[in-house]
Design a protein around this ligand. Structure first.
Ligand code: ADP
Ligand code: MG
Length: 484
């Protein structure tokens, strides 16, 4: 199989639908919420009753502009809405309001890691606004299909990529980046299991070096990022098998079955819908002004990519550290606060990804519930850096005590527990005298050339000081004393 596979190049383009986090639906004041009792957030507008008129939700436009700016797109100045007509039981109006020839955003790109971790730019074709359909539910009633119209009219943006992706890993990484971005922008909760982020994958293969793309197949119905990756893998194998067996591929839509990890044909292009798009007569054309764009820009939050570049280029963190810190917005914002109070960037990152993360994991808490302020953590790591406390004492004794006494400073905790390291020369000399007294033979042997005994003697010194001697200072003084 792998030999055959090596002959082919994989080509993938993704269509991502993101449900907007708005209070009300796209064109009515029905509530936009997931999980409500079926058919309760449904007004005559969502049902498309004669005589009702849609009213555009301004928040959706703002969200789409935000996303477009974050993805380096051009924002279209003059737009209109279009009707996409088709019949389906979960579409009571008989059409969806969408954008056809004038998507709100065009061009742009997202940076994604390829299989070797090398960054590459994935081009975006367009982002347009539209409304969701209701939901047909096939798996509750054994006989009938049930329809829930709560989702009908929920605002969506659809993000269409260029066919620039070359492996299922790149597709997975692309989705991870998109989800991270919509979460940073707070325009979509990114929950694939609940369907607030959905993805159709267009996949084709061609012989390496071929100049034309192969026939594409569109795979639908994946409800997790891993399933998108698995569905693509299956589809690549299937397409190559067909071609290697002398067959030809048909342009079609296929559905992914996660349980069996296979795709099934749904409909071929010949049977594809003709949506008879035409301009939506009930909505005014939309004009986006420069002022509007500027005001969205002014309210743009820090973006993961910018933070990643800042951490790697300015703060000197590794790409791995920067990736982990920026993966979750709340973690990144905590770190941003932390480094306002200390420039021990690496130590601060280590604490975030080490002790703080372990604590959160063990408690099943989010960083938003972490009881210690960034200022307190900054003070703690400053104490470590100044040699006042050791890293292990900080982790094992002081950090837990801080969590118990959230109003106390780490310094006062360290003092009250008698954990401040001793770097005072006189007291260290005192410890050294004691070492000499207790271990005269080893001291003599060291002086006669057995330099490796420094480790043993240092260990004794730390023991005599009850772990409080500052190891760096103590080591220096000990060596000096023994060389005398
Ligand atoms: P359609 O008209 O069938 O919807 P589009 O041209 O709108 O096709 O493309 C839909 C998606 O399919 C886009 O994400 C695009 O990048 C991708 N795509 C187009 N051609 C191919 C191909 N040959 N292989 C894989 N993906 C493709
Ligand atoms: Mg399309």
């Amino acid at each position: 199989m792998s030999d055959k596979r090596d002959k082919y190049e994989v080509v993938i383009g993704l269509e991502v639908h993101a449900q907007m986090l708005t209070k009300s639906k796209a064109y009515s004041n029905d509530i936009n919420e997931y999980g409500a009792v079926p058919n309760t957030n449904v007004s005559v507008v969502s049902l498309g009753h004669p005589g009702t008129l849609p009213v555009m939700n301004k928040k959706t436009i703002e969200n789409a502009i935000k996303l477009g700016l974050a993805l380096n797109c051009d924002i279209t100045e003059n737009q209109y809405f279009a009707r996409k007509n088709y019949f389906y039981p979960d579409l009571p109006k008989g059409y969806q309001i969408t954008q056809d020839t004038t998507p709100i955003c065009t061009g742009g790109y997202v940076i994604v890691n390829d299989e070797d971790g090398v960054e590459k730019k994935i081009g975006l074709t367009r982002i347009h606004m539209e409304e969701d359909a209701g939901k047909s539910i096939h798996d509750i009633d054994v006989k009938d299909t049930l329809v829930d119209l709560n989702r009908a009219g929920v605002p969506l943006v659809e993000i269409v990529s260029e066919p620039d992706l070359r492996s299922s890993t790149e597709a997975y990484n692309y989705l991870m980046e998109m989800r991270k971005l919509v979460r940073y922008l707070e325009i979509c909760d990114g929950n694939m299991e609940e369907g607030s982020l959905r993805c159709d994958a267009n996949i084709s293969v061609r012989l390496k070096g071929a100049s034309e793309f192969g026939t594409k197949v569109e795979v639908k119905n994946m409800n997790s990022m891993r399933n998108v990756q698995r569905a693509i893998e299956f589809e690549i194998g299937r397409q190559i098998d067909v071609l290697e067996n002398g067959g030809t591929l048909e342009q079609q839509s296929r559905q992914y079955d996660a349980l069996k990890n296979v795709t099934h044909a749904m409909r071929s292009k010949e049977a594809a819908n003709d949506y008879r798009y035409f301009p939506e007569p009930d909505l005014q054309p939309l004009k986006v002004t420069k002022d509007q764009i500027e005001s969205v820009k002014a309210e743009m939050p820090a973006l993961p990519r910018e933070l990643f570049l800042k951490y790697t280029k300015e703060l000197g963190l590794s790409e791995y550290d920067a990736y982990i810190l920026t993966d979750n917005k709340s973690i990144a914002l905590y770190y941003e606060e932390l480094i306002k109070h200390t420039n021990l960037f690496k130590l601060a990152a280590n604490w975030m990804m080490g002790d703080i993360k372990s604590y959160l994991n063990s408690q099943g808490k989010e960083i938003s519930e972490f009881p210690l302020s960034p200022v307190r953590i900054a003070k703690l790591i400053t104490l470590i850096n100044d040699g006042k406390i050791s890293s292990s004492i900080a982790s094992q004794k002081i950090f837990p005590a801080m969590l118990e006494n959230t109003d106390k400073d780490p310094l006062s905790i360290a003092e009250s527990l008698n954990l401040i390291q001793d770097s005072n020369e006189d007291s260290i000399l005192g410890f050294i005298d004691e070492v000499k007294k207790q271990h005269p033979t080893e001291v003599e042997r060291y002086k006669n050339g057995e330099k490796q005994l420094i480790g043993f003697l240092m260990g004794q010194l730390m023991k005599i000081s009850k772990g409080k001697a500052d190891p760096k200072t103590a080591n220096q003084i000990l060596r000096n004393e023994l060389e005398k």
